[in-house]
Design a protein around this ligand. Structure first.
Ligand code: PFF
Length: 444
């Protein structure tokens, strides 16, 4: 039997999973370039109309199954045990994401070290430094990857309560304090801050195209860690009496709040110094921001340490949630200790991580189908495994589980009408909407 979270521990751990690197480089850039608050409104509608609905379904699988994903599906679908237990294997998506996600957290760690000494001062220099790290400096990449790898596996080895909950209970508030400090500093940057706020919040509905709607939906799923069994796994350790609806709303609220705070901070710096808002992903974080911090002298070093540390925390709390589902499964399936289960997973994740490093490293530049292995893993998980997983879980709860059983689970937290609306959206809107994203992405 798995140990349980406390109520607040569950919310913090689930929010820790949701708040991750996606909030720092996907959310702000997408908001800024796709219509400011018009995108935020769209994101909120999709988050509450679709992601929230599917999230509750994932929670109910964990809460009703009370064990690892594969065995939960077996237990809840006794007639088609074998077939439905396959759905639990979407958890492998989490392990695959961890393999390249840990590498990015490793780069962040490297930038924390750099922030203590000297950050590159021009964009060219910064671009060259980052390029050099990933294409030439195998030792630094592998070392930083190894350090975060050990931290993450060490935390998961301690289990739900003394590992994952403990980590989130101090890391999430620390992350929030770091963001508040940086936000306070951003406020003193007058013009930059107002331009950032304008960029993020002034609505431009003309930018909302079908493509943007689908991208926003994909972001909502990625950001809430859906489709790879993280939610059912954490929910299997929910304490009795936790309010599922309120907890979910708190998690979503924290996730959006952190995204907006990150956006304000990042773009205040960008507007105060360079104004190039089109950079996204690693370019935004490791090139633009690193240069901007360097312009501020010692204060910049302090801010850079705070910023990269907040990203490190956000990344680590997400990474542990990618590993836990498969760990829990191996413990139950093979009747082995948590440590032994983690050794098997560690070998797999470490090997894939090293292949990812080698895929950028120039002397080897390991490619598959002409693309770096890193990009293939990212594409496969975000565009295929996560959406297919999310549809599968929604169909399972909507069409396989008995309606009365789910109603009993939720009746304390929503009235009958709300339940009926939720149930309708779950059965008919979610599968169609998610299928639409996927077909669109394949065709485009
Ligand atoms: N939600 C995380 C982010 O926004 O960075 C990513 C993630 C975490 C995906 C956990 C999947 C997962 F299981």
């Amino acid at each position: 039997m798995q140990d349980k979270f406390s109520k607040i521990g569950f919310v913090l751990a689930m929010a820790g999973s949701a708040v991750g690197l996606g909030n720092a480089w996907k959310f702000p850039t997408m908001v800024g370039n796709n219509g400011g608050s018009a995108f935020i409104v769209l994101y909120l509608v999709l988050t509450f109309g679709i992601a929230f609905v599917a999230f509750l379904a994932e929670l109910s699988i964990g809460k009703l199954g009370e064990t690892d994903p594969v065995h939960s599906f077996e237990k809840l679908a006794p007639k088609y045990k074998k077939q439905w237990s396959m759905a639990g294997f979407f958890m492998i998506g989490g392990v695959l994401i961890a393999s390249f996600y840990l590498l990015v957290i490793g780069w962040i760690l490297k930038y924390i070290f750099l922030s203590f000494s000297s950050l590159p001062s021009t964009t060219d220099e910064a671009g060259a430094a980052f390029g050099n790290l990933i294409t030439n400096d195998f030792v630094s990449s592998a070392m930083c990857f190894s350090i975060v790898f050990f931290i993450v596996f060490y935390v998961v080895s301690k289990g739900i309560k003394s590992g994952i909950e403990k980590l989130n209970v101090w890391m999430m508030p620390s992350l929030f304090i770091l963001l508040l400090i940086m936000l306070a500093y951003s406020l003193t940057m007058g013009d930059g801050f107002f331009k950032a706020a304008e960029f993020l919040f002034v609505p431009d509905f003309s930018k909302i195209t079908p493509d943007i709607v689908l991208q926003a939906l994909g972001l909502a799923f990625f950001s809430l860690s859906m489709g790879v069994c993280t939610v059912p796994t954490y929910a299997a350790s929910l304490p009795d009496g936790a309010n599922l609806v309120k907890s979910t709303l708190s998690i979503i609220f924290i996730n959006i709040l952190v995204g907006i705070m990150m956006g304000l901070i990042v773009f205040t710096f960008v507007f105060a110094y360079s104004g190039d808002t089109t950079q996204g992903g690693p370019g935004l974080i490791f090139v633009s921001l690193a240069t901007l911090f360097a312009k501020l002298g010692v204060v910049g070093n302090v801010l850079a340490v705070a910023f990269f540390t907040s990203l490190l925390f956000a990344g680590i709390t997400s990474a542990v949630s990618m590993i836990e589902p498969f760990t829990f499964y191996l413990i139950n399936k093979l009747k082995i200790s948590r440590k032994r289960a983690l050794v098997y997973i560690a070998i797999f994740v470490y090997s894939l991580g090293i292949i990812c490093i080698l895929s950028f490293y120039e002397p080897t530049s390991f490619k598959l189908l002409g693309k770096p292995f890193f990009d293939i893993l990212d594409y496969l998980t975000s565009n295929l495994i996560m959406p297919v997983g999310a549809i599968t879980f929604s169909i399972f709860v909507g069409f396989v589980l008995k309606k009365e059983g789910i109603y009993i689970l939720f009746s304390g937290f929503m009235n009958k009408t709300m339940f009926e609306i939720w149930y309708f959206l779950l059965r008919f809107v979610i599968p169609v909407a998610v299928l639409a994203i996927m077909i669109y992405q394949i065709l485009k």
